[in-house]
Ligand binder design. Sequence first.
Ligand code: TLP
Length: 347
Amino acid sequence: MHNGIIDLRSDTVTRPNTEMRKAMAEAEVGDDVYGEDPTINALQEEVAEMFGKEAALFVPSGTMANQICLKAHTQPGDEVIIHPWAHIMRAESGAGAALSSVQFRPVGNPDGSMDVKEVAASIQSGENPHHAPTRLICMENTHNFAGGAVVPVEGIDAVAAVAKENGLAMHLDGARVLNAAVVLDVRPDKIASNFDSGTLCFSKGLGAPVGSIIYGTKNFVNRCLRFRKMFGGGLRQAGILAAAARHALKHNVERLAEDHNNAKLLAAGFEEIKHLSLPKGMPESNLLFFSCGHPKISTERFVAGLKEEGILIGATSGDVARAVTHLDISREDVEQTIAAARRILNN
Ligand code: TLP
């Protein structure tokens, strides 16, 4: 549902529908800083169960979820092995350096996975005083800036085995982990099983207005509780928001497959248009990265042309643009976008 604008900038732009708003209005609430909000407590239990973990903690955003976990896993001066395009390192405003004083060691392949040998070779024990000791490995699934790539469970298992051998913790930026679970057709706990901690965002493809969650052991989540307070993320009667998240888990998970199909439809349409190019084999989920190689129409100009037609595309970085399908984008919207792209490029 939209007001004539087809907004493909992100899956964060979805608006709560009438049923979700009703669930929010009717939510039972209490003061969550006292642990007394029944709707948040129920959500935390559901999510812990879903990911096969002991506990979970509701937090305001995906960025805060990741940064609390980084803080809880590390000491200042520690090293964290992470994909070079990871959201945690690239798009969280330098928070890892500012809030946890960690050093990042980028390791990763263009498909969002990590090479196990490279991971093993990058680990530093801390015995050599010149080196920052490695403490944590962070992965992302689906991997946003790798084109919404889905990292297969075997790829995670191989990295986790190296982590285990070396006594390192594993963290999953699972902002869109349910998209990955739907594509892989596995239960979320299968993806999470080798991670000590993970996150999930309700405010992306799941369609809730606010909220993310951390899952892990009881001890770990207790540590996170302290850092949530320190980072200013303790909320009070936030059961209103947790109700939206619970509604999303009940109604908006299986349908993520529709978003993936719509992204594929958009890709197929763009592939037939001369001058538009997409990475081979993509998209794997709901994010579609593409470029326009027209001699006179840059990617930026093409995106501006779509905007003039009421179609919004994600901010470009370099010569690459991102279109994201979500629960407010229909098959007809995708068809209209393809038709508009043809008009702009005259083919
Ligand atoms: N991603 C946003 C932008 O920040 C790029 C988007 O539109 O995709 N992890 C991943 C993998 C993410 O994609 C995002 C947000 C976050 C964490 C942060 O979540 P929020 O925005 O809730 O802080």
